[in-house]
Design a protein around this ligand. Structure first.
Ligand code: ZN
Length: 62
């Protein structure tokens, strides 16, 4: 099983939020919602998108 994990700290935020999902496609909306609610970021622009993408870690479970 594969899991994608994102930690807000990994993009330099002073924030304990973390999210995980089975696919990146599932994970992105969770990050988007959090960015909006917690950081008042309405739209994730290309630079932030790249940062987020780099911060997402793929994990394998056996
Ligand atoms: Zn955060």
């Amino acid at each position: 099983m594969t899991s994608y994990q994102f930690k807000c700290k990994d993009i330099g935020m002073d924030c304990d939020f973390q999210a995980s999902a089975k696919t990146k496609e599932e994970l992105m909306p969770k990050i988007g919602t959090h960015a909006k609610n917690a950081h008042k970021i309405e739209t994730i622009d290309e630079a932030l998108q790249t940062k987020v993408n780099n911060a997402i870690k793929k994990r394998m479970f056996f």
